[in-house]
Design a protein around this ligand. Sequence first.
Ligand code: ZN
Length: 183
Amino acid sequence: MAIRKVARMGHPILRQKARELTAEEIRSPETTQLITDMLETMREYGGIGLAAPQIHESLQIALIGMDAQGAEMEVPEVFFNPVITILDPEVQGYWEGCLSVPDLRGLVFRPKRIRVDYWDAHARPKSVEAEGFRATVFQHELDHLAGILYVDRMEDTTRFAFIEEYQRFWVPSPDSAVGELKE
Ligand code: ZN
C-alpha cells in the first residue's frame, strides 16, 4: 500500500489518452494493488475523484467519491474502461477543482445528465446514470482518461480563481447565480 505522488498540470502523462484494460488485467493482483494506492492517494489529497493518469498510470481507471445525493462517499466507486453517453445536453455550471491543478477553482459548464458504461472490479459490464454534481465529477474524471483537463473546458477565464479568492468573492456552486460575484 502506498500514497502516490499526484502529477500536476504540465506533466505530459496528463495529456495522453489512457489505454483500456483487458478483463484479465482488471482481475489481476497488480490492478487490485493499484486501486488500493489510488484510494489511499485520493484520501491523502482529499479528492472526490481520481483518475489513474493522475498517479502516473496511463490506464482507463477512475474513482468516483460522490454519490447521487451529492455527498462524499466513504468508499469511492471504481470504474474501468468507462464510456460516457450524454442523456441531456442542457448544461449546468459548477466551480471545479483538480488535484493536478492545485489551489485553483474554475467555472465549467457540462451536460447535466449522462450514462456511463463501464466494467466493474470483476470485469463485468455495467451501466450507471448520473445527474447534478455527480455527473460533473464523472465527466471531469473521465476527461482525464482522454488527456483533457477542466481548464480546457472553461469558456471564460475570468471565472478562474485561487480557492481563497473563489470563497471570498464568487457565488459558490450549486446556485442559479453561479459565475456571479457575491452581493
Ligand atoms: Zn482532475
